[in-house]
Ligand binder design. Structure first.
Ligand SMILES: [Zn+2]
Length: 172
């Protein structure tokens, strides 16, 4: 039996997977390392909040979506006037927030430097990084808090049980 591994991301990157609607959502995670594992991964939002990433993420997804407009550094939805990614850390719960399928890792970017990307992994893929490609992102109704860790790691059994109660589709 292979347990579903967890991957910790700094906030707000997890919200880019779960809270950006439509095709502009983040589906690529940048890592300097690779794994042979393929399958479901728990996306874990760590305690660390990367405030610089809010603006970067807003620019990335705004550049790939036509239904948003920039105003004072925050992107607002044209229909609702709501900013999607705010700079308030409290807007981003820590803990396990979603399950997503890791189906491929592109290593074309690992050998590149500067701003050139040799692949077509989209605007969320950064040069010089391996591009972990996700699909079938399933956001939990409520984040399940626990501490994060490096690399791929196993959730504590009691935490995973709570997560699985929210995720009947997760297979073992
Ligand atoms: Zn790539």
């Amino acid at each position: 039996v292979t347990r579903t591994p967890a991957l910790t991301l700094r906030r707000p990157w997890t919200a880019c997977f779960t809270d950006i609607p439509g095709p502009a959502a983040k589906t690529v995670e940048n890592r300097s390392w690779v794994t042979r594992y393929r399958g479901d991964v728990y996306l874990h939002a760590g305690q660390r909040f990367d405030s610089n990433a809010v603006d970067l993420a807003n620019r990335i997804w705004a550049s790939s979506s036509s239904c948003w407009t920039p105003a004072e550094g925050v992107r607002f939805h044209l229909a609702t006037d709501e900013p999607v990614l705010t700079a308030d850390p409290k807007a981003y719960p820590a803990g396990v927030v979603a399950v997503a399928e890791l189906y491929d890792i592109c290593q074309a970017g690992l050998a590149t430097f500067g701003s050139f990307n040799p692949c077509e992994c989209g605007p969320w893929a950064f040069p010089g990084q391996a591009h972990w490609k996700f699909r079938n992102v399933r956001k939990l109704r409520e984040a399940v808090y626990c501490r994060g860790a490096q690399q791929l790691w196993a959730l504590p059994a009691d935490v995973e049980e709570i997560v699985r109660k929210q995720m009947p589709a997760v297979t073992s």
